[in-house]
Design a protein around this ligand. Structure first.
Ligand code: SF4
Length: 320
């Protein structure tokens, strides 16, 4: 990705709240802002329930935003009419966590991959068949697989089918929602390497959602860390991994195992104390305060601003 590439996605103060009772609101995404340049991968990490998947789905327009904007190439995707929305789905696609659940068991692989081609009227007849064969080859499968069903494939192969389906309509942007979490560790790297190769060949832009921080580093140009619906730190991968500034990022990174047994043995792990607070009707102040070893009285009173503390490095912490 070129450093001066233009911004393709700009998310501004995005909010997605769910009413879960008469006086209870779950703030799944609470005032999140970021941008992604064309050809770039932005990793989004955080513990389960931090709002990263809801954020990805709201960015795609699958959930209606409670507030804020998602600008895609200058267009607010939450203000599109039906035909504009169809045009947007041609440009933006999603790859899901569970490749088996997301593939129709009654359709052949060829028809799963060809569905988007048909919806958008891109090819028909032999051209459609050739395109499907070509897509299967691009993702490391072959044309014989087109007549088979999803249950006949391994988890890694099913994720390749999901990738071929997403690529079928030639999108520019793909939200990869935990695409490797359900796969064996040995297969995870293969799928990530395939996504990197496709990005280089096709100039794709990714929002890559995951909780495995080591794989996120491998694929991402920049990484955002979410905690209880809020973005707490965002920086280029090497800066975030070498010099994390938010206490939550520091704790997450300290838990990644290191291959060298000597370093692993002597490495200091930061143990997160306390319970994860509920995202329903969150208390004022820093959401991480109950578990933060540096918390001060101000942390429970005032929400820290998500501010740029050096070029392209954003942190939400009173002490940074
Ligand atoms: Fe910890 Fe306070 Fe910073 Fe929150 S604002 S991360 S509680 S030091």
């Amino acid at each position: 990705m070129k450093k001066d590439a233009k911004v393709l996605i700009e998310v501004k103060n995005l909010k997605k709240y769910f009413k879960v009772g008469p006086n209870a609101t779950l703030k799944a995404v609470d005032d999140v802002s970021f941008f992604i340049r064309k050809g770039e991968t932005l990793g989004l990490v955080g513990e389960s329930g931090c709002g990263k998947t809801t954020c990805g789905r709201t960015v795609m327009g699958m959930y209606k935003a409670t507030g804020g904007e998602v600008m895609f190439d200058g267009i607010d995707i939450h203000k599109l009419n039906k035909s504009e929305k169809k045009k947007f789905t041609r440009r933006a696609q999603m790859i899901f966590q569970d490749p088996y659940a997301s593939l129709n068991p009654r359709m052949t692989v060829g028809d799963i991959v060809g569905e988007g081609i048909d919806i958008h009227g891109l090819y028909s007849g032999q051209e459609r068949t050739d395109r499907i064969y070509n897509l299967l080859e691009i993702v490391g499968l072959n044309k014989e697989h087109a007549s088979r069903f999803a249950h006949e494939f391994s988890g890694g192969q099913r994720q390749r089918i999901g990738i071929a389906r997403a690529l079928a309509i030639e999108p520019e942007f793909i939200v990869c929602d935990e695409p490797i979490s359900a796969l064996d560790v040995s297969i995870q790297a293969q799928v990530v390497n395939l996504l990197i190769k496709l990005q280089q060949e096709l100039g794709l832009t990714y929002l890559f959602i995951a909780h495995d921080l080591s794989m996120v580093k491998h694929i991402s140009d920049r990484v955002g860390v979410m905690y209880l619906g809020s973005m707490v730190e965002l920086a280029s991968s090497h800066v975030l991994y070498d010099k994390p500034l938010h206490p939550y990022t520091q704790a997450l990174l300290s838990a990644i195992p290191v291959p060298d047994p000597e370093i692993e043995r002597t490495k200091k792990r930061i143990k997160l104390e306390g319970e994860v607070p509920s995202p329903i009707n969150p208390k004022p102040g820093c959401k991480f305060a109950a578990r933060c070893r540096y918390a001060k009285p101000i942390c429970k009173e005032k929400t820290p601003e998500f501010k740029e503390i050096e070029k392209d490095h954003f942190v939400a912490c009173h002490l940074v």
